[in-house]
Design a protein around this ligand. Structure first.
Ligand SMILES: [Zn+2]
Ligand SMILES: [Zn+2]
Length: 88
């Protein structure tokens, strides 16, 4: 490892690993971020419970503009559900 940047928290390290494994997800999130900045997408409350702020969930990373807004809790639940479905 030649990275000289001090790691300030553990979450950052796992995020970096996640980025390596999910380049498409990173790209979709970046595309969405710029869409939000330009007013092409609007952040919404959680579609399940209405909590704010919600996170953007991409059902299909090939369609970065197609997102479902979910709070942290329901976002995690949705990923668990997707994972379970893939294992079937
Ligand atoms: Zn929710
Ligand atoms: Zn998601």
């Amino acid at each position: 490892m030649s990275d000289t940047t001090p790691v300030t928290n553990k979450a950052f390290g796992s995020q970096a690993k996640w980025r390596d494994k999910n380049p498409k997800a990173v790209w979709a999130q970046a595309a969405l971020r710029s869409a939000l900045k330009r007013g092409l997408a609007i952040a919404k409350p959680c579609e399940v419970c209405g909590a704010e702020p919600a996170e953007a969930h991409h059902p299909d990373y090939d369609k970065p503009a197609e997102v479902i807004w979910l709070c942290r809790l329901h976002h995690k639940a949705e990923h668990r559900r997707m994972k379970a479905e893939r294992c079937k």
